[in-house]
Design a protein around this ligand. Structure first.
Ligand SMILES: [Ca+2]
Ligand SMILES: [Ca+2]
Ligand SMILES: [Ca+2]
Ligand SMILES: [Ca+2]
Length: 407
């Protein structure tokens, strides 16, 4: 895991890359827990004498850890021969690759221009290339020849950069955005080397593609979902997603068929949902959304709100081989939908973490609370097509709705 700490006594391990705090407002940290969660395999600070923040981590098959984040430290640890070993000012993104033992950096580089640059998301392919997303106000952010968009579009722009396995050079690097503020938050890759990015935009001229699901801005802030080709030279598709109010994308994952699963939060009562989805109405000022868009980016496969009577935010999403989505985030609702026999069915105060599994409408979720489980609605074969769902009985409490429709 990675994150941010201001603690000078954050637990580190003997021999780790950086055992002691490096100063300033914060350091990033990288920690590896053993399989049973009873001890640290390694734990290290990562940072310089100013602010350092770790935002996402990815692993390769060799056990190397790749971290992306943000730093204002001129002495952030970089490695000789790295793509950019020197600070560019007003905040830079960083990408650091830590060896499997946590004892040293394989490479570490700044990424940014002369203005503000912040890294947010990272994924690594099987060859060790790192794909990074973030946002920038630098007109001189490093881009590559032939990349999709080599020129700054104004205010915040998204950047998408692919770093080679040795961290010495960019394979490609491109801006993405319109004239307004555009934030890059989440990134996913498929086996073909396409990169999928989500975040949010205030640009009415954010680049979309012909035939995409939603080519026009819906107001306030919108989610976008953009698929970049393997060479970083062009968009495969790019679409808005949202309603008339604020819609913010944060997490994205890709299934084996190339469908993109996106989560975030929305305050739009008219955020697009699909017929038969778990929750078709906004329950409060701010709900999580979970949306699946098809592989060519021209239609929604599934889209739902997820939330209770107070606010929540979706932060991360994963998808399994059956197409079920696993969503996590934070909620301060006392009536956030939970399932019977879940680990914790109540809010213990203020913001709580939530973990939710949502199956596609035509699939069933196995397990004790699934359709065929001892607490489930016991369909003959555990499979209710969405249009013949058994009616909800008036006796059933809200959480049962979730159980029945969560497949
Ligand atoms: Ca620091
Ligand atoms: Ca900078
Ligand atoms: Ca912009
Ligand atoms: Ca909107």
């Amino acid at each position: 895991m990675t994150g941010i700490t201001a603690s000078t006594d954050f637990p580190t391990t003997s021999g780790a890359f950086s055992e002691s705090y490096n100063g300033g407002f914060s350091d990033a940290f990288i920690s590896k827990l053993n399989p049973s969660g009873t001890g640290l395999v390694y734990s290290t600070y990562l940072g310089g004498n100013d602010t350092d923040e770790g935002y996402e981590i990815a692993l390769d098959e060799g056990g190397n850890a790749y971290v992306v984040g943000y730093t204002t430290s001129p002495d952030f640890p970089t490695t000789t021969g790295a793509f950019d070993p020197s600070y560019n000012g007003i905040g830079d993104a960083f990408i650091s690759k830590l060896n499997p033992n946590g004892t040293g950096l394989v490479y570490s580089t700044y990424l940014g221009g002369s203005s503000f640059d912040e890294g947010q998301g990272i994924k690594v392919d099987e060859d060790g290339n790192a794909y990074v997303v973030g946002y920038t106000t630098s007109a001189d952010f490093p881009t590559t020849a032939g990349a999709y968009d080599q020129s700054y579009n104004g205010n915040l722009d998204v950047f998408i950069s692919k770093l080679n396995p040795s961290g010495t050079d960019l394979v490609y690097s491109t801006y993405l955005g319109g004239t307004g503020d555009d934030w890059g938050i989440g990134i996913a890759i498929d086996q073909g080397g396409n990169a999928y990015v989500t975040g949010y935009t205030e640009s009415a001229n954010f680049p979309t593609t012909s035939g995409a699901y939603d080519q026009s801005f819906n107001g306030s802030i919108d989610v976008y979902i953009t698929k970049l080709n393997p060479s970083g030279t062009d968009l495969v598709y790019s679409t808005y997603l949202g309603g008339s109010d604020a819609d913010l994308g944060r997490g994205i994952a890709i299934d084996q068929g190339g469908n993109a699963y996106v989560t975030g939060n929305t305050t739009s009562p008219n955020f697009p949902t699909t017929a038969g989805a778990f929750q078709n109405n906004l329950t409060a000022s701010n709900d999580v959304f979970v949306t699946i868009i098809n592989s060519i980016g021209n239609a929604l496969v599934y889209s739902t709100f997820l939330g209770g009577s107070a606010d929540e935010t979706g932060w991360g999403i994963a998808v399994d081989q059956f197409g079920s989505a696993y969503v996590t985030g934070a909620t301060n609702s006392i009536d956030f939908p939970t399932t019977p026999m879940a680990q914790q069915t109540f809010n213990a105060g203020s913001d709580d973490v939530f973990v939710t599994k949502i199956g596609l409408p035509f699939q069933m979720v196995q397990g004790v609370t699934g359709p065929t489980g001892p607490r489930g609605p016991r369909g003959k074969d555990g499979r209710f097509p969405p249009n013949v769902l058994p009616p909800f009985r008036s006796c059933c409490r809200r959480r049962h709705r979730f159980e029945r429709r969560s497949f």
